[in-house]
Design a protein around this ligand. Structure first.
Ligand code: NAD
Length: 256
């Protein structure tokens, strides 16, 4: 019997999830949704205070371990992965939410240091997490990887070139990874939200955020819980025939 079969009908019983950027926003919403299903959590984030607050909020619901970590550091990501796997002997779910927007600037005025920073967090960070965790999932024959990209990675919002490039690359990397995993019951998919009401919106100018909202046919920002609902499906045993795929959560903005 394939490893994933053991969860059929029991959904998330006995599973452990690692969530990067899990201290707030979409990562925290995904953590809460998984906690409600009884999934044991390991939250990674570079913000220690927010990690503690997240753990305090989730501890009544499920077992939570926090680990302060900067996902741009591949060696520490490796160490944190081994620590997480040591808790139950396996990692069943990886959700990569750690991300930043970078400044609102045209390509020609975009500061080189910001380009580097955005690519390191949004792209290298997802790569580091996947390359550390995927072998653990393969070793026990089951896993669900969800990389949070963005509609900006498909469409390229003006004055956010590094963000668009990093998220487009996450989509492409996830397509490659999803194909590499075929033959196991480990799948990897990406999620593309449009603008969702979280603190990340504060990293951009109000004009830029208003423009993002105006592009959404439903005429409103998304809610973190709405993205978490999609992540919950992609993290479940039921998501067994999709890999390397791109799932939108964009209030009707995405057209492909
Ligand atoms: N909110 C949106 O509108 C939206 C839309 C599309 C995609 N996304 C993507 O979803 C993901 C989550 O966004 P959010 O809205 O929850 O943002 P957020 O700012 O609310 O939360 C992001 C979390 O990631 C952490 N983080 C940032 N850099 C890190 C690093 N180097 N190492 C470890 N942790 C780090 C932050 O401390 C924070 O807790 C991001 O990748 C973002 O690009 C968000």
């Amino acid at each position: 019997m394939a490893q994933g079969q053991e969860f059929k009908g029991q959904e998330f019983k006995g599973q452990l999830a690692v969530i990067t950027g899990g201290a707030r926003g979409l990562g925290f919403a995904a953590a809460r949704a998984l906690a409600d299903k009884g999934v044991q959590l390991v939250l990674w984030d570079r913000d220690r205070a927010a990690l503690q607050a997240a753990a305090d909020a989730l501890a009544p619901v499920t077992a939570v371990t926090t680990r302060a970590l900067d996902v741009t550091d591949p060696d520490d990501t490796d160490r944190a992965t081994q620590e997480a796997a040591g808790l139950t002997g396996r990692i069943d779910i990886l959700v990569t939410c750690a991300g930043i927007t970078g400044p609102v600037e045209t390509t020609w005025d975009y500061p080189l240091a910001d380009w580097d920073r955005v690519m390191r967090v949004n792209l290298d960070g997802v790569f580091h997490s996947c390359r550390s965790v995927a072998p653990i999932m393969l070793s026990h024959g089951y896993g669900r990887i969800i990389n949070v990209a963005s509609i900006g990675g498909k469409e390229g919002n003006a004055r956010a070139p590094a963000y668009a490039a990093s998220k487009g690359a996450v989509i492409a990397m996830t397509k490659a990874l999803g194909k590499e995993l075929i033959g196991s019951d480990v799948v990897a998919n990406s999620v593309c939200p449009a603008a969702i009401e979280t603190e990340i919106l504060l990293q951009m100018t109000p004009e830029f955020v208003a423009n993002l909202k105006s592009k959404i046919p439903m005429g409103r920002f998304g809610r973190a819980e709405e993205v978490a609902g999609l992540i919950l499906y992609l993290a479940s045993p039921a998501c067994s025939f999709s890999t390397g795929a791109v799932f939108d959560c964009s209030g009707g903005r995405a057209t492909y």
